[in-house]
Write a protein that binds this ligand. Structure first.
Ligand code: ZN
Length: 300
């Protein structure tokens, strides 16, 4: 297992972590500058943050600083009502792949969606099996496009509390079942360098509780382990979405999970992804980034 205690070579910042500074929106350009100043070598930006500034500007800044993208957030949200809704989701996901390519991201992260309308509080139906089949079909279709573009797709299973509104893929096992069905030739093997992979993003916040976690990480193997997201699970948690903790402040044994990942050959970034409306988004982003660096060394 890699020693993170002496430097932050393998720290990546998911830019949602500092999307606000002292409660105010922080432009992605300033996030990039603040990361570069601290020797942070990778980020994972969100599409809305890129769009707010402009893809060309962000692409130029990223390349000027030699920053890598450990991922691009995010594609997905496949389920919809009717052919038009499905087509709109397909087109938006293709644009996400194109943007990820422009930014040279390691992968496009997929938050696959749940029941149509649930995110807006008006669910169109209660058929989660239908939603899951639309997710499967949507990923299958996008995979063809992504392969032509040489962009890897990382399915991110989300904690079951998000099954209705954000993702009806809720365990690593479920995500890997989809991978094995749609991409049967690569069970745990080595990626051919010219071939975009279909795999998973392992976010400790979503999967730490799963009794099958270790076995499913081993099942995934190096080829399917495309991203590793870290934060912590606070007790008590006061908000289902925006109360994630800083690494070391909660109950997740992050080094143990990282050890399982690296045991399979994962050698990528540990991407810090913290949504924290009442705490970290209220602090100065410099303090947040400095804390991420410290905690990466001792709690990841
Ligand atoms: Zn994540």
């Amino acid at each position: 297992m890699r020693d993170f205690s002496r430097d932050h070579r393998w720290l990546s910042i998911n830019t949602a972590t500092v999307r606000k500074s002292r409660g105010a929106d922080l432009p992605l350009t300033e996030i990039i500058e603040a990361c570069a100043r601290r020797g942070i070598r990778a980020i994972s930006p969100w599409r809305d943050q890129v769009a707010a500034v402009g893809l060309d500007t962000i692409s130029t800044r990223v390349k000027a600083h030699g920053l890598e993208l450990s991922g691009y957030c995010r594609g997905g949200m496949f389920p919809a009502v009717g052919a038009e809704g499905l087509r709109a989701a397909r087109d938006d996901n293709r644009r996400a792949v194109d943007e990820a390519c422009e930014l040279r991201a390691a992968c496009l992260v997929l938050v696959v969606g749940g029941l149509p309308g649930a995110l807006a509080g008006q669910v169109a139906h209660k058929d989660i099996a239908l939603a899951r089949s639309q997710v499967r079909d949507g990923i299958a279709e996008l995979l063809e496009y992504a392969r032509r573009a040489q962009m890897s797709l990382a399915i991110e299973p989300l904690h079951p509390m998000y099954a209705a509104d954000r993702a009806c893929i809720n365990t690593l096992e479920q995500a890997l079942d989809v991978c094995d069905e749609l991409d049967p030739g690569q069970p745990g093997g080595q990626a051919s360098p010219a071939r975009a992979a279909l795999g998973v993003a392992v976010d400790v916040y979503h999967v730490w509780w799963d009794p099958k976690l270790r076995a499913q990480i081993e099942r995934a193997g190096k080829h399917r382990l495309l991203a590793f997201h870290v934060c912590d699970w606070l007790t008590p948690t006061t908000d289902l979405l925006n109360d994630r903790g800083m690494m070391g402040d909660g109950v997740i044994d992050i080094p143990r999970i990282r050890g399982w990942m690296e045991g399979q050959g994962f050698a990528g970034y540990s991407e810090v992804e913290i949504f924290s409306a009442a705490d970290w988004w209220q602090r100065d982003h410099g303090e947040v980034l400095d804390t991420c660096i410290q905690r990466h060394r001792r709690a990841v």
